[in-house]
Design a protein around this ligand. Sequence first.
Ligand code: LHQ
Length: 269
Amino acid sequence: MTAASAYTFIRYSEADGVARITLHRPDKLNAFSDVMFGEMRDAMDRVEAAAADGAVRVLVITGAGRGFCAGADLAAIDPATLGDVDLGMVLERDYNPMVLRLQKLPVPVLCAVNGVAAGAGASLALAGDITVAARSANFVLAFARIGLVPDAGATFLLPRRIGRARAAGLAMLGEKIDATTAERWGLIWQCVDDADFATTIDALAARLACAPTKALIATRALLNCAETSSLADQVAAERAMQAQAGRGADFREGVTAFREKRPAVFRGR
Ligand code: LHQ
């Protein structure tokens, strides 16, 4: 089944178990706007609804044109009114709920970084479960360049992925790193040649759409809670999640398929 719909600053489609959000403001390297946030909220509602009936089992987020996302729309900020704008409120209203919600979606989130990811656009690139970048893409923690602090989860995600020394260097110097370095540092899962990018993303999305979805979402929850828990708490959490996974249809299918020496056909349950 294929369903597609056009918003103003994103594109949304569903096909073969894969939902896809494409940030679509290519002339501004897909910088965020108020309208885009509203559309993202609506699209995530749709992902949740489609996931509830099993029609969607993975979400891909990517960008149109040569950028992934350049972060906040700097052109929309009027320097004359700057002192009056509470950026904290902007984060609370738009950025933070988006990042937190991505980590709560009932399907894995694959960030397909097709081009530059800057500022909160870099935060978005890291907020999914798996991030794959095209070789020509790059990441720039542009915040310090304009006198801001990293936001939208960057100060949490960055040091955990690449360590404090590299996180501080990237965030304080605002230097660009290319996708090859991002992969080498462990900022992302994989960097692939531009010519192979689309097919790699499609193949990965298709694979995740056939994966044991519930187990993957429980895995995400465990990885997230491991960021702050003790080993004792963590093994207890694994116990609880494994007890749940062990009752699932996908586990039954996985074991049956193993014994029958055939590929498993997971239903995401
Ligand atoms: C843009 C943008 C952009 C508008 C490129 N806005 N037009 C902040 C405030 C509020 C609340 C919460 O959180 C935040 C968090 C943040 O995200 S702060 C960080 C904001 N982002 C940046 O500082 C990045 C600004 N952009 C850049 O540094 C460069 O454009 C990068 C490094 C991304 C790409 O460089 P180039 O490949 O050389 O492209 P370009 O600079 O020529 O940009 C292409 C066009 O896109 C250009 O428009 P034009 O009409 O001149 O062709 C840019 O003005 C526009 N654009 N980023 N954030």
